[in-house]
Design a protein around this ligand. Structure first.
Ligand SMILES: Cc1cc2nc3c(=O)[nH]c(=O)nc-3n(C[C@H](O)[C@H](O)[C@H](O)COP(=O)(O)OP(=O)(O)OC[C@H]3O[C@@H](n4cnc5c(N)ncnc54)[C@H](O)[C@@H]3O)c2cc1C
Length: 465
């Protein structure tokens, strides 16, 4: 075979001579895979098994130079590009059909500056890797609640996590990034260099370039925190959610809680309150007491654990390799009618692996001005997520139908959404809803830094308002 068939940025077929591909390969320190190569199938896999795409080429970048070479190669040959951080998004944009996949996952450098409590972290890190490196120094920043999620996609979309009430979103703690823009230029974006680009990448996702490293503000956290779950029988779901509706918004910023309607490994459906406390331990016990005293809990696992244990507490419920479909949105109030509808759907869910989550957004993340960065929905409100999961590909239709029905029933109460929780069939109106009044400014930054919409395989900010 002396040529490679692939896809252009506009979706038409194109052909690359083998000599051109070989020359590209020779320019890289990292690996280049094409179909049939050892390692190709592993490299194209992402977290959501619903996504089964075969890129023509996969560059596993070892360093910034590889990212620059890959962007220039794709632009020169007009190739469709996908960018992979942790490969964890439910929408699966990290991998494209044909085209070139730029995989940052081998880039895992971390340097903690203890004196300034900052860290420079490369874009291929997962939160487990990031937390391990910063917790050695007793430091952390807000990161995802499932530890094999990538730091890159999560930060660029916003970043919810256990520490958000106390320290804000992950993007609120971002001080600077290095990135490669569509023209192949290596740039720094922060408050003083390329400030408009810095404004846009804090929430605007992968629309503006390939971020190669992030600099974050860290905070003293742990090493011991309070974490775990309090589980109640599903028959008490209504009472528990009514109680939680009053309890969660009034908790201190040291305490983050999530409510989950889920099924235990033994097959029993439950309503759970997940707990993370970051202040003095004895004080935390006082704030958690109302949860323990409410109703008749089935189990209570809340105890002193390490911050890294808390950060991986939910991993077992979200492994790589299952099939997924999500719907999500923000809600200002949880009416009785909303709670009844959610419980009704939870009771007739089609997969025991499926869970419904609710969390109240308050504290530090709501004190940031809506105009400060692209992530602009800063009100005190509820985040609601329907996360359907299953293991057999033949079951997809029924689980997707249940998810859509559940979402359709509650959507009239919704207002806005977190861009990182959008699935691939959530269209432009929902992307707009994720940015509110900041949307048009994002379009303007997109026009300046990516005028050909080179970075389009994502929750895309198009070039027109
Ligand atoms: C089980 C699970 C739990 C989650 N929990 C949380 C949570 O607690 N808090 C939260 O905020 N979110 C959470 N998320 C959502 C998560 O933030 C997004 O899925 C995020 O996109 C994952 O980042 P990633 O790098 O792993 O993803 P990827 O799939 O690799 O990338 C996602 C998007 O970001 C772009 N991108 C990735 N890396 C780069 C880069 N270096 N430069 C430019 N663009 C890039 C990709 O092109 C793609 O469009 C969760 C998701 C899952 C599946």
């Amino acid at each position: 075979m002396n040529e490679l068939h692939t896809t252009t940025i506009t979706g038409t077929d194109t052909v690359l001579e083998t000599s051109v591909v070989e020359e590209f390969k020779g320019s890289l320190r990292g690996q280049l895979f094409r179909q049939g190569d050892n390692g190709y199938d592993e490299a194209r896999q992402v977290w959501n098994r619903m996504i089964d795409r075969k890129p023509a080429l996969i560059v596993r970048c070892a360093e910034v130079a590889d990212v620059i070479n890959a962007v220039n190669f794709a632009r020169t040959h007009n190739l469709l590009v996908a960018v992979r951080g942790g490969g964890h998004s439910v929408a699966g944009y990290a991998v494209c059909e044909d085209g070139l996949m730029i995989d940052l996952s081998p880039m895992k450098g971390v340097r903690v500056d203890v004196a300034t409590r900052t860290v420079r972290a490369e874009a291929g890190l997962t939160w487990a890797e990031f937390d391990r490196s910063t917790q050695v120094f007793g430091l952390a920043t807000t990161g995802g609640t499932v530890s094999h999620t990538g730091i890159a996609g999560l930060t660029l979309g916003g970043g919810f996590g256990w520490l958000m009430g106390k320290y804000g979103l992950t993007c609120d703690n971002l001080l600077s990034v290095d990135l490669v823009t569509a023209d192949g230029q290596f740039r720094t974006a922060n408050a003083t260099e390329n400030p408009e680009l810095f404004w846009a990448i804090r929430g605007g996702g992968g629309n503006f370039g390939v971020v190669t490293s992030f600099e974050f503000q860290l905070h003293p956290v742990g090493p011991t925190v309070l974490g775990g779950m309090i589980l109640y029988p599903i028959t008490q779901a209504r009472e528990v959610l009514h109680f939680y509706r009053d309890y969660a918004p009034n908790t201190p910023e040291d305490l983050t809680t999530f409510a989950a309607l889920m099924t235990q490994p033994d097959g029993n459906p439950v309503v759970a309150i997940l707990v993370g406390w970051f202040g003095p331990l004895s004080e935390g016990e006082q704030h958690i007491k109302p949860l323990r005293q409410f109703g008749k809990p089935l189990a209570d696992t809340v105890k002193p654990i390490s911050y890294c244990q808390l950060q991986s507490m939910l991993d077992d419920g979200a492994p790589f390799g299952w099939y997924r479909y999500w719907k999500s949105g923000y809600f200002k109030e949880l009416s009785n009618e909303f709670i009844d509808t959610v419980i009704d759907y939870a009771e007739k869910k089609t997969s025991p692996l499926t869970a419904i989550f609710l969390s109240h957004l308050h504290g530090a993340l709501t004190r940031v001005s809506p105009e400060a960065m692209a992530f602009g929905l800063r009100e005190s409100q509820w985040d609601f997520d329907i996360t359907a999961q299953w293991t057999e590909p033949t079951e997809a239709d029924q689980h997707i139908a249940w998810t859509r029905d559940c979402w359709q029933a509650v959507e009239p109460f919704s207002r806005g959404v977190y861009v990182n929780y959008l699935d691939s069939d959530d269209g432009m109106s929902r992307v707009r809803a994720a940015y509110g009044a900041n949307y048009n400014r994002l379009v303007a930054v997109k026009r300046k830094y990516d005028p050909s919409n080179f970075f389009r395989h994502n929750k895309n900010i198009p070039l027109t308002e």
